[in-house]
Design a protein around this ligand. Structure first.
Ligand SMILES: [Cu+2]
Length: 381
């Protein structure tokens, strides 16, 4: 090689090529798995079986309770063993207003799972709707979810027994739905794997008919799949929170509330909430300081309504629609999200004060889709 500039470039080129090749080879685990565009497909069939498991209903190191997101304290990719059992609970949606919800893990919305693009999830779910499961007393061997849950004033949940078939549909997974997302009977356990092939903020929900009823009864939550190479602002973010918007269709029934399917069909919600309770983010507002960059992982779970999310007094510096870094918007006042759409939203807190979070569809804000971020003074840098 006579050209000196080329010989200087060559080692860099070799390094860059080997890095690309390393990235281009996701770990395969089972026969039949194949790779297209760096994504893994062809996962094994789900297993459905009967066992006598009575342990923690939620397990997984990166599973948290809203509005928390568990930090990914590992490099590259890993396999996650995650359990979210399904069972009924009496949950509050407003002060003194509760209903016998169908839940993943005992809360509405359910636990938040955090993984990285390319990670593998081995998911287990037991249908325990035929038994009384307690989630509000200390549990050993569970996930960070339990400690966060027990610190949450709005999760004074009580066990209820409502035997019922249920299923789990992760929008973050790419699989044959008739296999992995199939319904299981009370007492049965389902186990399947999925790969986080695409980054973003995803909904999971029960897909058992009536899907409208099963989701409106409380069976949904969020999965955050962080991009392999992160977001461009990762080292500037001071606070991050997860918000799930959803609506309820409840009518008074004695001391409690029950689901009204006609109201759900007519899209006439009784409550629209952030994180499952009309006061969740008002009485316990999000915290930050002036000048902080705040990141929200926002999911509109529906089941049927849209969300026009706005933070009064701020402009969204960056918005990644569906949480994919390729879908970047700048300088947004409001983010419009259909049912099961999401966004990663960032704004800079302009000064000390109170910033109201609202669904700017004000009929929904008045039904409860409102909260606040309280900002302290600017910290010396
Ligand atoms: Cu269900």
């Amino acid at each position: 090689m006579n050209n000196p500039s080329l010989s200087r470039v060559a080692p860099w080129l070799a390094l860059a090529l080997s890095a690309t090749l390393l990235q281009a080879a996701p770990a395969l685990k089972h026969p039949g798995e194949f790779v297209i565009d760096n994504k893994v497909f062809g996962l094994p069939e789900a297993k459905v079986y009967q066992d006598d498991y009575q342990g923690p209903a939620v397990a997984g190191d990166y599973v948290s309770a809203l509005p928390h997101l568990q930090k990914l304290d590992y490099q590259g990719n890993r396999e996650h063993k995650v359990r979210m059992d399904v069972f009924a609970q009496q949950v509050d949606v407003a002060a003194g207003q509760s209903f016998a919800a169908w839940t993943f893990g005992g809360t509405v919305p359910g636990p938040t799972l955090h993984v990285r693009e390319g990670d593998r999830v081995v998911f287990v779910m037991k249908n325990r709707s035929d038994q009384a499961v307690t989630v509000t007393s200390p549990v050993r061997g569970g996930s960070p979810f339990y400690q966060q849950l027990q610190a949450n004033l709005y999760q004074n949940n009580q066990a209820v027994i409502t035997p019922m078939p249920h299923s789990m549909d992760f929008h973050s997974g790419t699989v044959a739905a008739n296999d992995k997302w199939r319904s299981i009977a009370p007492g049965q356990t389902i186990e399947f794997e999925w790969i986080a092939n695409y980054p973003g903020v995803y909904m999971y929900h029960c897909g058992t008919p009536s899907v409208l009823m099963h989701t409106a009864m409380g069976q949904y939550g969020a999965v955050v799949v962080s991009p392999k190479n992160g977001y461009p602002t990762d080292n500037q973010v001071d606070h991050e929170y997860v918000i799930v918007q959803s609506e309820f269709y409840l009518q008074k029934d004695g001391d409690s509330y029950i689901y009204n399917h006609n109201d759900a069909m007519a899209r006439n919600p009784s409550h629209v909430t952030f994180n499952g309770h009309v006061s969740a983010l008002s009485d316990a507002p999000l915290k930050a300081d002036a000048g902080d960059r705040v990141r929200l992982y926002f999911l509109n779970a529906g089941p049927s309504g849209t969300s026009s999310f706005h933070v009064i007094g701020t402009i969204f510096d960056r918005v990644w629609y569906e949480g994919n870094v390729e879908n970047e918007w700048r300088g947004m006042q409001t983010v419009l999200l259909g049912a099961s759409n999401s966004a990663v939203i960032e704004f800079i807190v302009p000064e000390q004060g109170v910033y109201k979070l609202v669904d700017h569809e004000f009929a929904d804000a008045e039904r409860g889709a409102a909260g606040a971020l309280v900002a302290g003074p600017r910290k010396p840098r």
